[in-house]
Write a protein that binds this ligand. Structure first.
Ligand code: NAG
Ligand code: NAG
Ligand code: NAG
Ligand code: NAG
Ligand code: NAG
Ligand code: NAG
Ligand code: NAG
Ligand code: NAG
Ligand code: NAG
Length: 886
């Protein structure tokens, strides 16, 4: 059967209703036989892989730092008509306005629509913006200050372009599988490291008046099967997006963990993801949205859908979705689950007024929270054309108006400086023998090899959405990238460096020129020069396929034929330095072992200043201090987790059987030795740890939350006269534009409501606005405040025992001690700069949450009776000091 977009959407709604009903309460999920358990996975993680119904949807209270914003929002919402409220919740449709997502406004009160724009590395789809280092590079810095500065710089650029919501940062994909396509957009598969940098990024972005959007919530751990139409285009006949099946403990301890930090940091918005979680759509999963996000974490902002991730209207809204993006059901179809459908649903009583009011208040409050309403100008760019003049409503073309659409505002300031700093600060030195690095600029001959050192001869932005791998790799592909205003290649930067001192330099960036490569390598070796080989591995978002990598990587080897170049160079050049630009782990054990490869650097995706940043490290202007934010394993099977590449069912089932044991937790648990462990990174100097001390703080006991909220407030009065909601006479209707008005005063005839059928699924308790109960772990803005109490201060002395000033990332790990706990988990880190011979004391605060497990029976964070050991050192496997907590 050939499904059209519309019937497809209809089916999704239908089967979801069934899924919701079938979920009472906590049945153990059984899986189709087609799934063969991963032999490496840890058993016992499959309990409670369910998403039980949780209604009603909690209404915001405006607690804490949100108070003022709520007050302002409520003052406005009180004055709004139904369709004005609806306007705030609904995108105007794909390519109908300037931004990738744009809501309606309230012209009557001078409130414009919001401009929601990608990406987590800069402003997508426009010019004169910076291309920042990727999230994974921010992760590799382990530097909270740099994460904040990066967020703040991106925020300024978004703001000056007229963006009110930057669609980032990213903590999902967290990085369950090393090959997953979008891991690089986030920081690290470790939830603690990600949580801290996620929060700092949010604070940075929002300090500029731009709202951040914490995404993708949650379980968005692979690209394959994230969307039905996309999967069908790739020849996979699935009926719904894949389901990430996550048990409750893993959900809390791993995947939701960083989102708690985001809520605590005051994030204005959260984006729910494409996947199903425990067989219920992430964007209408009442357990995830109503319960975990809005009750447990006390989130006061709003939830928007990923683009086309809304699978229904009424059921999704009752489950906690506040805004639909890009507004239409399928891109450009002119239909919406919100818009007029929401107006109808409110008028016919299937969405209570309090719920609509809550949606509107949350959305406006997010804007007021960051003060953006005052500070952000109107968008001065148009995502859909680089031209100065063009169609105002790109989707419907120039018949509906043309004009100045791109003002080409240069918003970059001097962010290139920060980008270079982060590029160097995120370069991990993995190997360095015979003092190879830093390089001596007076080497007789410096030779650079590899396509990854060079430029894309068609220009740095020639591949749409960066979906290719040509020349040096500075960003991954998809909606998570931005244009590069220039791209400094390693070839250009290193050549400049050598030649400015009148040295000799040659480079070969053609990876098939083996005759020339071998000849040059031999000449270098003859004069005891230096060979630098550049290599990469790319991935991105599922909508683009690069060399049969459908977003997710199909392997963990290097791209562009780099392995052959490395083999040829290192066969003759015994002083070969390998540089890797990659989205994550690659198989490099053979290079670690190879004596002719005297140094290895992982430089991630450094953005526009790539060449300068690597030159800073190679030539020793910057002493590398970065640490791997993920594990480099020998081979992909060592990870015990992987992307599901072929459907195992009509609704693909991603079974997170490994539970909390991803990345280093899995390697440690299964006793698998990595090539380079999580947290590993060398310096040009050396450090020693000493003097570990524990200070136990006097803190009040944990008080589980009890009780329930008061009744849901409503603001203003709804006019139930349907004639008040039809299209005004005097407006020009742009075709396929999503408006909030009705076609007819007869609700059942307006837009053929007879077809709605399964969009009217009303879960039990969902219309009850009298109160919602507070789960024990709950509290406003990040959960129960007791979880954030600092119980201990752990202190350690770090001494620079080498010859040069350098940065060390002191790391603290905890063994929670239970039979199902990882050997160690990261629970503290601090990047410090230390002069040679000097000692710096580092203090790690340990919060209650840091020492607790999520107890599924208590539904709360509990510090178990198992003894807790704290370890401190320079990586997850180099932990010289330890102490038992008492
Ligand atoms: C896809 O799968 C469904 C359910 O198994 C089946 O009814 C349909 O015919 C299939 N469609 C195609 C194009 O193979
Ligand atoms: C909804 O927003 C659109 C776009 O900003 C605007 O044209 C329309 O007038 C708004 N509708 C209402 C009821 O304010
Ligand atoms: C309302 O939603 C239904 C799906 O529930 C959809 O079929 C219909 O087209 C929508 N109406 C409008 C006007 O978007
Ligand atoms: C009310 O409106 C919604 C949204 O258009 C629709 O899905 C639902 O079927 C309607 N319910 C009734 C009882 O008319
Ligand atoms: C750099 O190389 C030159 C020539 O090989 C040598 O004289 C000089 O001592 C080296 N400098 C350092 C700092 O190693
Ligand atoms: C891995 O994938 C890359 C990119 O598609 C490709 O260039 C490379 O040849 C693949 N490796 C192997 C061993 O097939
Ligand atoms: C290392 O390089 C030397 C030449 O300098 C060569 O003879 C040797 O075979 C190389 N070793 C490896 C493992 O490739
Ligand atoms: C590398 O090769 C050169 C030239 O063959 C030789 O002089 C040098 O000792 C070799 N270095 C190492 C570390 O083997
Ligand atoms: C599953 O969750 C329910 C409800 O929170 C709880 O009562 C039950 O004990 C849990 N089961 C397991 C095995 O954790």
């Amino acid at each position: 059967m050939q499904l059209t977009a519309l019937t497809l959407a209809f089916f999704v709604g239908e089967s979801l209703a069934q899924v919701h009903e079938a979920q009472l309460p906590f049945p153990d999920v059984t899986y189709p036989d087609a799934i063969s358990p991963n032999p490496n996975a840890v058993s016992g993680a499959q309990t409670n892989q369910t998403s039980p119904p949780r209604y009603p949807s909690p209404w915001g209270s405006g607690a804490g730092e949100w108070a003022e914003a709520y007050k302002k929002a409520i003052e406005i919402v009180e004055q709004l008509t139904v369709q004005e409220k609806v306007n705030l919740t609904t995108g105007s449709g794909w390519q109908q306005e300037q931004c990738v997502g744009q809501t309606g406004g309230v012209p009557r009160l001078g409130i414009r629509g919001q401009c929601l724009q990608d990406s987590p590395v800069g402003v997508r789809y426009t010019d004169f913006v910076s291309l920042f280092p990727a999230g994974i590079n921010a992760g590799a810095t382990w530097d909270k200050r740099l994460a904040y500065e990066r967020g703040r710089a991106m925020g300024f650029e978004s703001r000056d372009k007229g963006v009110t919501v930057q669609l980032g940062p990213v903590a999902g994909a967290l990085g369950r599988s090393p090959t997953s396509g979008r891991n690089w957009e986030g920081f690290s598969p470790d939830p603690y490291l990600t949580g801290k940098l996620f929060a700092e990024s949010i604070r940075g972005i929002q300090s500029t008046g731009v709202q951040a959007c914490a995404k993708h919530y949650v379980g968005n751990e692979q690209e394959h099967f994230r969307q039905v139409p996309e999967s069908r285009d790739y020849g996979f006949n699935i009926t719904q997006p894949g389901s990430s099946n996550i048990d409750d403990q893993t959900l809390h301890e791993l995947y939701v963990w960083p989102f708690a930090d985001a809520v605590k940091a005051g994030v204005a918005s959260v984006m729910c993801s494409y996947d199903l979680v425990n067989n219920s759509q992430a964007c209408q999963n009442s357990y995830l949205l109503n319960h975990v996000l809005k009750s447990e974490l006390g989130f006061q902002g709003y939830v928007m859908s990923d683009w086309q991730a809304t699978a229904s209207g009424v059921p999704a809204i009752l489950a906690g979705l506040d805004m639909t993006m890009a507004g239409d059901i399928r891109f450009g179809d002119g239909l919406s689950y919100f818009g007029p459908n929401l107006t109808i649903a409110v008028l016919n009583g299937t969405v209570p007024q309090w719920r609509l009011d809550d949606m509107a208040v949350r959305i406006l409050a997010g804007w007021y929270l960051v003060d953006g309403h005052a500070e952000v100008p109107e968008p001065n760019f148009q995502s859909w054309t680089p031209d100065t003049f063009g169609a105002v409503h790109a989707h419907v073309g120039s018949t509906w108006g043309t004009g100045l659409v791109n003002q080409h505002v240069d918003v970059r300031r001097e962010h290139g400086r920060l980008i270079r700093e982060i590029g160097a600060a995120s370069t991990v030195l993995l190997k360095n023998v015979h003092g190879t690095l830093p390089l001596n600029t007076t080497a007789r001959l410096t030779a650079v090899f590899g396509e990854d050192a060079g430029s894309n001869s068609n220009g740095p932005n020639s591949c749409k959405n960066h979906a290719c791998d040509t020349g040096t790799l500075a960003t991954g592909w998809g909606s998570g990238q931005a244009s590069s205003p220039y791209l400094i290649s390693p070839d250009a930067a290193i050549q400049h460096e050598v030649v400015s001192r009148f040295g000799s330099y040659e480079s070969i960036t053609n990876n098939s020129a083996f005759t020339q490569i071998n000849a040059l390598a031999r000449r270098v070796n003859d004069v005891a020069g230096i060979c630098l080989v550049f290599s990469n591995a790319n991935s991105g978002e599922g909508f683009a396929n690069v060399d049969s990598n459908y977003g997710d990587r199909k392997n963990l080897t290097l791209w562009q034929g780099a392995d052959a170049v490395i083999a040829n160079v290192s066969a003759t050049c015994n002083n070969t330095v390998l540089v890797i630009h990659s989205v994550g782990a690659v198989e490099i054990e053979q290079y670690k072992e190879n004596p002719n490869i005297t140094a290895i650097l992982w430089a991630g995706l450094p953005g526009e200043q790539s060449g300068y940043a690597i030159a800073d490290v190679l030539f020793g202007r910057v002493n590398p201090g970065a640490k791997l934010p993920f594990t480099m394993g020998r081979k992909r099977s060592d990870y015990g987790t992987d992307v599901l590449y072929t459907p195992n069912s009509e609704v693909p089932q991603f079974n997170f059987q490994e539970g909390v044991f991803i990345d280093y937790r899995g390697f440690d648990h299964r006793n698998v030795t990595p090539v380079y462990e999580f947290g590993f990174g060398l310096s040009y100097t050396t450090f020693e740890y000493s003097g570990l001390t524990v200070e136990k703080l006097d803190v009040a006991d944990y008080m589980p939350a009890t009780g329930a909220s008061g009744p849901a407030p409503t603001y203003g009065r709804i006019d139930y006269d349907t004639s008040a909601h039809t299209f005004p006479e005097n407006i020009t209707r742009i075709p396929l534009y999503i408006y909030p008005w009705l076609n007819s005063t007869n609700l059942s005839q307006s837009y053929g409501a007879a077809n709605f059928g399964n969009n009217s699924f009303i879960p039990e308790h969902s219309l009850n606005g009298s109160s919602f109960s507070y789960p024990p772990s709950s509290g406003p803005n990040g959960g129960n405040q007791g979880l954030w109490d600092i119980l201990y201060h752990i202190r350690v002395n770090v001494t620079n025992t080498g010859p040069t000033v350098g940065d060390e990332v002191a790391q603290l790990y905890v063994a929670l001690g239970g039979p199902y706990d990882p050997k160690v988990i990261l629970r503290g880190f601090e990047r410090v700069t230390i002069e040679p011979g000097k000692t710096v004391q580092v203090t790690f605060p340990l919060a209650r949450r840091d020492l607790a497990n999520w107890e599924t029976e208590a539904q709360d964070w509990i510090i178990s009776e198992h003894s807790k050991t704290v370890y401190v050192g320079s990586s997850s496997r180099d932990l010289p000091l330890s102490v038992l907590l008492k």
